[in-house]
Design a protein around this ligand. Structure first.
Ligand SMILES: NC(=O)C1=CN([C@@H]2O[C@H](COP(=O)(O)OP(=O)(O)OC[C@H]3O[C@@H](n4cnc5c(N)ncnc54)[C@H](OP(=O)(O)O)[C@@H]3O)[C@@H](O)[C@H]2O)C=CC1
Ligand SMILES: O=C(O)[C@@H]1CCC=N1
Length: 274
C-alpha cells in the first residue's frame, strides 16, 4: 500500500479477513495500521501469531481511526455486529465481503451510503484472489481507488455495474475454489484407485489444475479449442469426456452453480431485513 498513514479496520477476523490482511502485510502495511474486532479467542490468537495483530474482543473507540472498515462477518450476524460499530465509524468508507447481503441493508446498518460491496475468494491468501466489486452511488473515485489499493494486494479485481451480478460472482469465483478442491479430491481418489500413491495423485492433480489455468490465462484461444488440442481422435481424453457427457457432468455443474446463486439471494432476503 502506498498510503503509509492509512488505517483499516476489520469486523470479523476469520478466513476471509485473514486472506486480505495477509495481502496488506505482504505489500508492506504495518500491523499497527490494522484493527480487528474478533470475539472468538482462538481466531484472535491466530491473528496475533500470523500477523502480530492484537484483536479487540468487541467494538470500541479505536475503530474511529479507520479510513476503511472491512466487514468480514457471516451474513447471519452482520446486522447484530454492526450496531456497536457504527457509533465509531461515521467518517469511514465501508467494504463488505458478506455473501448475499445487499447494499441497501448494509447502508442502513452502518449509517452511511459510502459502501462498496464485494465478493473475494480464498486464493487471496496466496495473492491469487479474484474479487468483484460494486459501489453504491455516493462512493467517490477516491473511495474506489482506496478499495482497489486494498483488494489489489490480494490479486485481481473487477467492478460490476449491477449489484445482482454479485450473486452470480459468488456462485462462480466466490464459491469456485471449493469446486476446484472438490475436483482435486475426485482426481486424487481416482488416481489412488488406479494404483498411484495419494501423494503422487495429489501432486499430479494440483499441477494439472494450475498448469491448465496458466495455459488458459496465457492463451488467446478459447477453452474449447484448448480442450480439443488435448483430445486425440479415438484417444484417452475422448474416452473420458464421452463418459462425462453421458453422466451429465456439465448440466449438473451448471445446476450446482445456479443453486449457489439462488442461495446468495436467499441470504440477502433472510438476513438483510433487520
Ligand atoms: N470463506 C470464503 O471463501 C468466502 C467468504 N466470504 C464472506 O466472508 C464473510 C466471512 O466468512 P469467513 O471469513 O469464511 O467466516 P469466518 O467464520 O472464518 O469469520 C467470521 C469471523 O467473524 C467473527 N465474529 C462473529 N461475531 C462477530 C462480531 N459481532 N463482531 C466481530 N466478529 C465477529 C466470527 O467469530 P465466531 O467464530 O466466534 O462466530 C469469525 O471468527 C462471510 O460473510 C462470507 O459470506 C466471501 C467470499 C469468500
Ligand atoms: O459459502 C459461502 O457462503 C461463502 C461465500 C462464497 C464462499 N464462501
Amino acid at each position: 500500500m502506498s498510503h503509509s498513514s492509512q488505517h483499516i479496520a476489520f469486523i470479523g477476523g476469520g478466513n476471509m479477513a485473514s486472506a486480505i490482511i495477509g495481502g496488506l502485510i505482504r505489500q508492506g502495511m504495518k500491523p499497527t495500521q490494522i484493527t480487528v474486532v474478533e470475539p472468538f479467542a482462538d481466531t484472535a490468537a491466530k491473528l496475533l501469531k500470523d500477523f502480530g495483530i492484537t484483536a479487540l474482543p468487541s467494538a470500541g473507540p479505536a475503530l474511529a481511526r479507520a479510513d476503511l472498515v472491512v466487514w468480514a462477518v457471516k451474513p447471519q450476524i452482520f446486522s447484530e455486529a454492526a450496531a456497536p460499530v457504527m457509533a465509531h465509524t461515521s467518517k469511514a468508507l465501508h467494504l463488505s465481503v458478506a455473501a448475499g447481503i445487499r447494499t441497501d441493508s448494509i447502508c442502513r446498518w452502518v449509517g452511511t451510503d459510502r459502501v462498496v460491496r464485494c465478493m473475494p475468494n480464498t486464493p487471496a491468501l496466496v495473492g491469487q484472489g479474484m474479487t468483484a466489486l460494486f459501489p453504491c452511488a455516493s462512493v467517490t473515485a477516491a473511495d474506489q481507488q482506496l478499495v482497489e489499493q486494498v483488494i489489489g494486494t490480494t490479486g485481481q479485481y473487477l467492478w460490476v455495474a449491477e449489484e445482482s451480478q454479485l450473486d452470480a460472482v459468488t456462485a462462480l469465483s466466490g464459491s469456485g475454489p471449493a469446486y476446484v478442491f472438490y475436483f482435486l479430491e475426485a482426481m486424487t481418489e481416482a488416481g489412488v484407485g488406479m494404483g498411484l500413491s495419494a501423494a503422487q495423485a495429489y501432486q499430479l492433480a494440483v499441477a494439472t489444475f494450475s498448469g491448465a489455468s496458466s495455459l488458459a490465462a496465457a492463451s488467446t484461444e478459447s477453452p474449447e479449442v484448448l480442450r480439443q488440442r488435448v483430445t486425440s481422435k479415438g484417444g484417452t481424453t475422448y474416452a473420458a469426456l464421452t463418459a462425462m457427457e453421458a453422466a451429465g457432468i456439465k448440466p449438473a455443474f451448471i445446476k450446482a452453480m445456479q443453486a449457489a446463486q439462488v442461495r446468495a439471494g436467499e441470504l440477502g432476503d433472510e438476513f438483510g431485513k433487520a
